[in-house]
Design a protein around this ligand. Structure first.
Ligand code: FES
Length: 162
């Protein structure tokens, strides 16, 4: 009887372990990891934001695809050497924001939100409910690493997407 119970339970428990793997592995808990974006030599200390593609492993439930483009960010480096990262997705409704170097501002062409180069809203008529979303940055030696994540559009607060 005990052997029969064990023979039944082992495949059931094994199946549950595999089935719930995404819930336990971090792919579904919203935790983003850091990705190497560029070297400091590619980021002049002039405060001008520059756009970079983020290459990272993409985890989709049970499928992991290594080294694929997962999004884009802007990086700027101040004269003091501080590096700031901005998500390129507009907080209003999710369009891509462009940087207009002639005006030294970010601009979203979908509904005309505009932001100063530090990410703050520069036009009170901008429909965006919050400034551009910043991302965590780590300078490791001569490399810039960013924790790439996305946030829900349309809210005043920065709420990470699941
Ligand atoms: S999506 Fe950017 S202003 Fe609406």
């Amino acid at each position: 009887m005990a052997l029969g119970g064990a023979a039944t339970l082992v495949p059931i428990v094994s199946g549950l372990v595999v089935w719930t793997d995404p819930l336990r592995s971090g792919s579904a808990n919203g935790k983003a990891s850091f990705s190497r974006i560029t070297g400091l030599e590619s980021l002049p200390a002039d405060g001008v934001p520059r756009k970079f593609t983020v290459i990272a492993d993409k985890q989709d439930a049970w499928t992991k695809t290594p080294n694929v483009p997962v999004g884009a960010i802007y990086l700027s480096r101040s004269a003091k050497g501080d590096v700031t990262a901005f998500q390129s997705i507009c907080p209003h409704a999710g369009c891509f924001v462009e940087f207009r170097s002639a005006k030294n501002e970010f601009f979203c062409p979908c509904h005309n939100s505009s932001f100063f180069s530090d990410g703050s809203i520069n036009d009170p008529r901008s429909p965006s409910p919050r400034p551009m979303d910043t991302l965590a940055v780590e300078v490791r030696g001569n490399e810039v690493w960013v924790r790439f994540e996305t946030f829900q559009a349309g809210h005043r607060e920065k709420i990470p997407t699941a």
